[in-house]
Design a protein around this ligand. Structure first.
Ligand code: ZN
Ligand code: ZN
Length: 137
């Protein structure tokens, strides 16, 4: 049976990936670190099992400590700066990769169903009806 996959990559094309689709979940993270790293109001991230992702090209790692205190590796393209993948180094989240969904070639039907760190959300943002709201992660 053919497994469905989606492809993606950074802005300059030096880093490309293939990932089994659909993901286990899609979330918007409003934490201040995601705001800084994305240069935006939040990150939209898809949670996938680590074995579901195959990357070609060279990623550069930034070792961060998330607002929760967990070690987070933020992986980006050194050439164009696009953030692609985060790894949370704390159980039970350490068996997943979190893909920044703006890097997918096809973003259709990628809708965040949960919102993390809403206590840090920018004032103008209105949470959609029915979304799971998490004050922290
Ligand atoms: Zn790039
Ligand atoms: Zn975040």
């Amino acid at each position: 049976m053919m497994r469905e996959t989606r492809s993606g990559g950074c802005l300059c094309g030096a880093v490309r990936y293939e990932v089994a689709w659909p993901p286990l979940g899609v979330s918007a993270c409003h934490c201040t670190h995601c705001q800084k790293q994305s240069g935006s109001a939040f990150s939209i991230i898809a949670r996938v099992p680590r074995e579901a992702l195959e990357v070609t090209g060279i990623l550069t790692d930034f070792y961060d400590t998330g607002e929760s205190g967990s070690p987070v590796i933020r992986r980006f393209c050194a050439k164009c700066g696009s953030p692609l993948i985060s790894e949370i180094q704390q159980e039970p989240l350490d068996s997943f990769f979190f893909i920044k969904t703006g890097t997918l070639d096809d973003t259709s039907s990628v809708v965040p169903t949960s919102h993390w760190w809403t206590s840090r959300a920018q004032d103008w943002f209105k949470f959609p009806d029915g979304a799971v709201i998490m004050d922290r992660q």
